[in-house]
Design a protein around this ligand. Sequence first.
Ligand SMILES: [Fe+2]
Length: 179
Amino acid sequence: MLATVDAITDTARLLSSLRDVWDEEAVDELDHALQSAARATDDGADDELVLAAALHDLARSPLFDASAGHRHDEVARQWLTPRFGERVGWLAGQHVAAKRYLAATDPAYRATLSPTSVASLQAQGGASIDPTLLEHPWWPDALRLRRFDDAAKDPLARAATIEDVLDVAERVVRHRAPR
Ligand SMILES: [Fe+2]
């Protein structure tokens, strides 16, 4: 029970800390997180995927050292896994690899990227395919998450609320508890 409370409290603190954090996109990191969650929900994603979508950029929070931004996918995986399980951590941790894959395989995808995302793609090593990921059972959901991420930068788009995400987080923790 204590672990549940801690994970939810940590998540609430983390989400709040993303307010007014800007990464040269049209929305702040909180809105980006809440729009990612909404796009995932709209697509019928399960709770773990919705939660991973909401928290994939958690390393942008000022609660982390600024150097966390260099491997923000890995920071997300390490933060999420002990709190919400392997799948939530893995899905959030692949959002850069998924972008590199989509840029390499989907000609239309690149045109959808924001200018900031195009610039960061180069910094992340450019378009590429990691063959070790393709057979992974969670890879299709990692690609879904990436598309939620890219669609979550519209200042006029509907977003989830922090409470919505905390409800999802609570369900994920409860679902794990009996294991
Ligand atoms: Fe993102």
